[in-house]
Design a protein around this ligand. Structure first.
Ligand code: IPM
Ligand code: MG
Length: 368
């Protein structure tokens, strides 16, 4: 049997720096665990624009459709701020999500004990936090038509459309209920059914899916604005949160900061199963390209490394190896080795991106 295939799209800013560390981890799994991957690399975002004049070349899109999983770093940067909307770096990412039909975006927000002091909230509110946000990723106001800037009555009108079909809600709800079943058995669905018809439909469909197939799961519904408030008031009340594309974008950034640093959070974007049974999949850190620190060797590679752990778990059925990698990251943090984003003002010398990678690899070695 051939090795599973990975396409690495490191992208812009700190993307290539953090991905270099992930490549070392991938190599470690080949050397030490006999888990070999066929790795190829290509361009996305500003890097692709510089080379091809588009943020994602058609050939790259075709490769992404072929591989078992895509690992993405980050896209965007100030150099591309003035580009036409259609070729902005973010369009490359959105095209991958849409054309691979990666409808379920899993964004875990876990507070490692060693980092509880870094949260903007009090330690007892976040210590032990472990929630999973499931964000719908291929529809809603990110993609709904009509969209555009038009002229009406001699003035410009900007239009985006919040639109969800039943089947779109149904499939992402099932993905979230399945996760809830493997976790704490609770799911909270968030929308704005008080003001939006799409929210009413969302609530109806989630309720129907629950009644039909998941009545063992404890289901609750919340308006998304209240959800944001509850996330900062008492985040440990949640297990799985299910929400749409735009609310999910906001709520996941909010949940991310509860854990202390955006530099820690991975994500998985999953679609329907392919012929080989694996889901279409892309894994990426939740953080962006961080142009302010790019090229300085300061970036925290943990989110990208933990994204690879999610790939081991969700694409390659290697849950034990994913546990191993997550435990390695956790032990490094507990040992006090940290990048600058996780240092107190008087915390000593921060580790560089490469030193953090070294420490994770040493912890992996120690786990054998
Ligand atoms: C995210 C990002 C993206 C989004 C941007 C980069 C297009 O904020 O993955 O959360 O809005 O979805
Ligand atoms: Mg976002």
């Amino acid at each position: 049997m051939s090795n599973p295939s990975l396409l690495i799209l490191a992208g812009d800013g700190i993307g290539p720096e953090v991905m270099t560390e992930v490549q070392r981890i991938i190599a470690w799994y080949g050397d030490k665990r006999g888990l070999n991957f066929d790795v190829s690399e290509d361009l996305v975002g500003g890097a692709a624009y510089d080379a091809h004049g588009v943020p994602l070349h058609d050939d790259t899109m075709a490769k992404a459709q072929e591989v078992d999983a895509v690992l993405l770093g980050a896209v965007g940067g100030p150099a591309y701020d003035d580009l036409d909307f259609s070729v902005k770096p973010e369009r490359g990412l959105l095209r991958l999500r849409k054309e691979m039909d990666l409808f379920a975006n899993l964004r875990p927000a876990q507070c490692f004990d060693a980092l509880a002091d870094f949260s903007s909230l009090k330690k007892d509110i976040v210590a032990g936090l472990d929630i999973m946000i499931v964000r719908e990723l291929t529809s809603g106001s990110y993609f709904g038509e009509p969209r555009g800037i038009f002229t009406e009555n001699n003035e410009r009108v900007g239009i985006n459309t919040q639109r969800y079909t039943e089947s779109e809600i149904d499939r992402v709800a099932r993905a979230a209920f399945e996760l809830a079943r493997k976790r704490g058995g609770k799911l909270c669905s968030m929308e704005k059914a008080n003001v939006m018809e799409s929210g009413i439909l969302w609530r109806d469909v989630v309720t129907e899916v629950h009644a039909a197939d998941y009545s063992d799961i404890e289901l609750s519904h919340m308006y998304a604005d209240n959800g944001a408030m509850q996330l900062v008031r008492a985040p440990k009340q949640f297990d799985v949160i299910l929400t749409d594309n735009l609310f999910g974008d906001l709520l996941s950034d909010c949940a991310a900061m509860l854990t202390g640093s955006l530099g820690m959070l991975p994500s998985a974007s999953l679609g329907a199963p392919m012929e080989n049974g694996r889901p279409k999949a892309m894994y990426e850190p939740v953080h962006g390209s961080a142009p302010d620190i790019s090229g300085q060797g300061k970036a925290n590679p943990c989110a990208c490394i933990l994204s690879f752990a999610m790939a081991l778990r969700y694409s390659f059925d290697q849950g034990a190896e994913a546990d191993r990698l997550e435990a390695a990251v956790e032990s490094v943090l507990a040992s006090g080795v940290r990048t600058a984003d996780l240092m107190q003002a008087d915390g000593g010398t921060p580790a560089s991106t490469t030193e953090m990678g070294d420490a994770v690899i040493a912890a992996l070695d120690a786990s054998l």
